[in-house]
Design a protein around this ligand. Structure first.
Ligand code: AMP
Ligand code: ZN
Ligand code: FE
Ligand code: FE
Length: 276
């Protein structure tokens, strides 16, 4: 009885359309699949429709990119009302910031002798069916590969898109506690994503005060020791342990769909937390 509660579709930087991702999750025999695109809920109607057709529970979600003390912190929101304010405006502003950031990345790359246009980025993004709602560095990375500037997406990141490299441009800053408050105000359950990648448990105090309800315990990059530690933290702090693969599609450096899961009773706990 398993639920993969962390996946990305073509609405952001995944490579499978929501419909196809959900259909595959059903074929794998998962009980539930969570759709958690970066800074957008645009893939959810299609995913939920596919869930009804293929008989798998679709958990609506979103992953918000935030920063605290120089570290990247991702907040997962489950069962948020898509039209609730201020979340809807916040997500729209984050996406607008991402659009503008692509322009700045392309300008920075041009100064480094890389000639790539916005059209190139969108064309690379849409080997996929529709234009992504939420643009990110992976879309630029795919264009760099297509145009011969890098051998792979990982190579494109390493050479151009990470801090210290010529095409690195930070995102506009949002504090994770503000993201947690927005998720809660939209009727959602707020979860700290992949705490092992954050690497600083001290932010939990502030996030708990803001209304954090869960911690992503089962995650591909977590060591067995981290898994045990986060599970114990959940018990001690009364947080819901969640988990998932962070699947982005095939041919990427990512885990496979369903490779990492949470027990499916977590879904009911998240739904109850969302109503709280
Ligand atoms: P962004 O949200 O635009 O800053 O892009 C972050 C996304 O890029 C992550 O969610 C991953 O999907 C992807 N990513 C980050 N680092 C790497 C890397 N080193 N190689 C490949 N993909 C990466
Ligand atoms: Zn991503
Ligand atoms: Fe993340
Ligand atoms: Fe993710």
């Amino acid at each position: 009885m398993a639920a993969d509660l962390h996946t990305h579709t073509t609405a952001s930087d995944g490579t499978l359309a929501p419909e196809e991702l959900v259909r595959r999750a059903a074929e794998l025999g998962l009980d539930a699949v969570g759709i958690t695109d970066h800074d957008t809920m645009a893939g959810l109607p299609e995913a939920e429709e596919a869930g009804r057709r293929s008989g798998i529970a679709v958990v609506p979600g979103v992953e918000l990119s935030t920063d605290a003390t120089g570290r990247e912190v991702h907040i997962l929101g489950y069962y948020c009302r898509a039209d609730a304010e201020p979340l809807a405006s916040l997500l729209a502003a984050m996406r607008a910031g991402r659009e503008e950031r692509v322009e700045r990345i392309l300008a920075a790359l041009a100064r480094a002798g890389v000639s790539l246009t916005r059209e190139d980025v969108l064309a690379a993004a849409a080997g996929e069916a529709q234009r992504p709602e939420s643009l990110g560095r992976p879309h630029v990375a795919r264009a760099l590969v297509q145009h011969g500037y890098a051998e792979s997406v990982a190579d494109a990141f390493a050479r151009f898109l990470v801090p210290g490299k010529p095409g690195y441009v930070p995102r506009p800053k949002l504090h994770p506690a503000d993201a947690v408050r927005c998720v809660r105000a939209a009727g959602g359950a707020a979860v700290l994503a992949h705490p092992g990648l954050v690497g600083d448990d001290s932010i939990l105090t502030e996030l708990l005060a803001a209304g954090l309800q869960g911690l992503e315990v089962w995650y591909p990059d977590h060591t067995p020791e981290q898994l045990q530690r986060y599970l114990r933290l959940c018990e001690d702090l009364g947080l819901i342990p969640t988990g998932g693969s962070d699947f982005h599609g095939r041919g990427e450096r990512w885990a496979e769909l369903g490779q990492v899961t949470a027990p499916s009773e977590v879904v009911e706990r998240l739904a109850a937390a969302a109503q709280a």
